[in-house]
Design a binder for this molecule. Structure first.
Ligand code: ATP
Length: 309
């Protein structure tokens, strides 16, 4: 039986939470070295990439709960990924890309990077490129420092800009409640505020939090909760003071731990189980200080083909 080349591929990709972000001193090029621990969580975007006739170029459409602020032109990370793949592997970039978004936009959950990762995986399958994980990572890291992790998923330590990813062992399921703001925060603005708050301070080279890694291995959610750390949190709270009120509500309702996810403004609360997640979600919703509340579990796998047509 002959296998026909696919015309369309659907890839499902998760969002992420950073359980640790330790930010090093600002380097000469303006960036910061970081050490981060990522966990992929069960909020997904679905990216469908379909071949078009030669010469038609890229078309993009975006649907779903979270679309505000997502560009529908060549600045979309998914379109950038398609163009880069076409250039690098000498394949056509005449593609239609449909993104169904559930990952909050500009929420510190790497939604754009996730879509870029999904597009790389979709094009690999669409054109039977059979790229290795390393090859996909090297294309991904040109698009954004979170892209390599979104390809891998699970739990991982990120070094460098967060793009040098090593898988970490984690046991069990972690239950999260996420307070999502309607207005995002810009990652460069949060780093800028972090620099401002740290002016004149001696900043050490960041190290991975061993207590956190041990607790993930031991399935010890209580210690994971106590070990959550984000060096960008003060900066995100300084730019968006309402985040402190949200963190307080979670504390009051017995979250095992809480932190601003990535550069914010999503706030992630770790809870003990599904029931606790529901209780906290109700409390946050009725507090009136949160845009919307959603629940998720982690870790989950990275970008994966779910349908080939
Ligand atoms: P970062 O990866 O910098 O932490 P984030 O997770 O906070 O970012 P994203 O959802 O990736 O936030 O969006 C950041 C910006 O990227 C958006 O405001 C939008 O302008 C742009 N963007 C480009 N492509 C996409 C995409 N496919 N989905 C979402 N945002 C995109």
């Amino acid at each position: 039986m002959t296998r026909h080349a696919p015309n369309s591929v659907v890839v499902r990709v998760p969002g992420k939470i950073n359980l640790q972000i330790s930010v090093g001193p600002k380097e000469d090029d303006g960036y910061h070295g970081i050490v981060t621990v990522f966990q992929a969580i069960s909020l997904f975007d679905d990216v469908t990439v379909t071949k078009r006739d030669l010469g038609q170029g890229i078309s993009l459409d975006i649907a779903g709960d979270h679309t505000h602020g997502v560009p529908a032109d060549e600045t979309n990370l998914s379109a950038k990924a398609a163009l880069l793949m076409a250039e690098k592997y000498d394949i056509p970039s005449d593609l239609s890309i449909h993104i169904r978004k559930s990952i909050p936009v500009a929420g510190g959950m790497a939604g754009g990077s996730a879509d870029a990762a999904a597009t790389i995986v979709a094009i690999d399958s669409l054109y039977s490129l059979s790229l290795s994980r390393e090859e996909m990572h090297s294309v991904g890291s040109l698009l954004g420092s979170d892209v390599p992790f979104m390809l891998t998923g699970g739990t991982a330590v990120g070094r460098g800009r967060g793009d040098q990813v090593t898988a970490a062992l984690s046991r069990g399921v972690y239950y999260w409640v996420l307070a999502v703001s309607t207005v995002g925060l810009s990652t460069p603005a949060v780093y800028g505020e972090c620099d401002r708050l740290r002016a004149g301070m001696q900043i050490a080279t960041p190290k991975v939090n061993d207590q956190l890694l041990q607790a993930l291995l031991a399935q010890d959610a209580v210690t994971v909760g106590k070990s959550l750390v984000n060096d960008l949190q003060s900066a995100a709270c300084s730019l968006r003071p309402a985040l402190r009120l949200i963190l307080d509500v979670g504390h009051e309702y017995g979250a095992l731990g809480s932190l601003v996810s990535g550069s914010g403004p999503t706030v992630a609360f770790l809870v003990s189980d599904e029931e606790h997640a529901l209780d906290l979600a109700v409390a946050l919703t009725s507090s009136g200080v949160v845009g919307s509340v959603t629940r998720a579990t982690g870790p989950v796998h990275g970008a994966r083909v779910t349908e080939v047509r």
